[in-house]
Write a protein that binds this ligand. Sequence first.
Ligand SMILES: [Zn+2]
Length: 142
Amino acid sequence: MADVHTKEVRSYNMSQIRSKNTKPELIVRKYLFAKGFRYRLHTKDLPGKPDIVLPKYKTVIFVHGCFWHGHEGCKYFVVPKTKTEWWLNKIARNKQLDNDHINKLRADKWNVITLFECKLKRANIDSTLKTLIKKLNKILTK
Ligand SMILES: [Zn+2]
């Protein structure tokens, strides 16, 4: 049984690394906080457990890894050469879930913003964050 436990722990750790408190998400949080935005994190009662929830703005933000969420046309979305079909199915399913979550949230009048990690890399981050703030300010004045 020791093996099973180890495997479970490992896969738990991997899912944590993959889905929570990833670096790009931290960057966005710190930036928003510095700009005076207040938020909640990983709200479990919302579809897809959005990474950042801004109740005042009725807005949720997902910070998505380009690989796991199949960012189309992105250089970081490279399908592995082994088990290719399995990966494609897995990523297609992730994308389907993402869409389901977004549709449910929108039906409930949430604004949904998705940020892909590639847009949070050094070359793009300034413009991405500025655009994000603009979007949020627009929402509030609507
Ligand atoms: Zn990308």
